[in-house]
Write a protein of this length. Structure first.
Length: 276
């Protein structure tokens, strides 16, 4: 059967099976453009996720918590994943574990994963914690210094009793990069150029719709997704730039970061060695 739906003012034929999407899951590394991808996904006709709906938000970011804590979170996430309906998606920051991977497979949820250059994640965290993350353990200390270099140093090295070093905090979020069935998107692909954004969104639609969209329809949906971007509605948005770390890192910070997280950079393909 053929039905007609409006996309950007155009009526385009579509099969019934494409009028809805099975519920899916989107996770990201913190400070990697979560709200940007959320807005893009909400731009897909009929797809929605209310960013203020806690039922659809999934966070598993604690470091070195007890087994009982993690088990309670797993049970909570499992039950809420199964509450997602057609054309809905869950969103959050989730550290990789084989248990969580298995849980998503059991729930039959496709997984979209967004990540970013860890150095830019670090810089974004330094500003966000100081300006907006009021309940972060380092917020008060960041308020006592306006020196971004001091903030970056604290985040890289960690503060005993308050916050772990950056590599310990961030690396397991990136574990989803190595999972074959997960659709990975680099933040840089979404902001580098109009062409790179359109290519990335086209591949995302292929993943979500199992390559069933015709090219003309897919291009129109990409237009709808891009038209839905509104950075003024994102509480966490600061600049959305690529390689902002180059303006913040001096040689000392470079060496500190290399000593902690250079392997992460090379594994992700952002660098080939430590000569940067």
């Amino acid at each position: 059967m053929i039905v007609k739906r409006a996309f950007g003012g155009l009526f385009m034929p579509e099969q019934d099976s494409l009028t809805s999407l099975p519920p899916f899951f989107m996770s990201s590394v913190p400070k990697s453009g979560t709200h940007l991808l959320h807005q893009l996904l909400n731009g897909i006709p009929n797809v929605s996720m209310n960013i203020n709906d806690s039922i659809k938000k999934f966070f598993l970011g604690a470091v070195l918590a007890s087994d009982a804590y993690y088990e309670a979170l797993y049970q909570d996430h499992r039950s809420r994943l199964n509450l997602l309906k057609e054309n809905e998606f869950g969103l959050g920051h989730v550290r990789y574990s084989s248990k969580y991977e298995d849980m998503l497979k059991e729930a039959n949820k496709k997984h979209v994963f967004l990540y970013r250059d860890p150095r830019d994640v670090l810089v974004s965290l330094a500003y966000f914690i100081g300006e907006k993350w009021l309940f972060h353990p380092l917020h008060h200390q960041f308020q006592t210094t306006t020196d971004v270099k001091d903030r970056l140093r604290m985040l890289i090295q960690g503060v005993p009793g308050l916050w772990p070093d950056f590599n310990t905090y961030i690396s397991s979020f990136y574990g989803w990069v190595d999972v074959e069935d997960v659709h990975k998107i680099r933040f840089e692909q979404l902001v580098e150029s109009s062409k790179s954004r359109r290519v990335a969104l086209g591949k995302l639609l292929d993943f979500l719709y199992d390559h069933a969209l015709r090219d003309q329809l897919k291009e129109q949906i990409v237009n709808d997704m891009i038209a839905n971007i509104d950075t003024s509605k994102s509480f966490t948005f600061r600049s959305g730039k690529i390689s902002g770390w180059k303006r913040e890192f001096d040689e000392e910070l470079k060496e500190l970061f290399k000593s902690q997280s250079n392997l992460l950079l090379t594994n992700l393909g952002y660098e080939t060695d430590d000569n940067w």
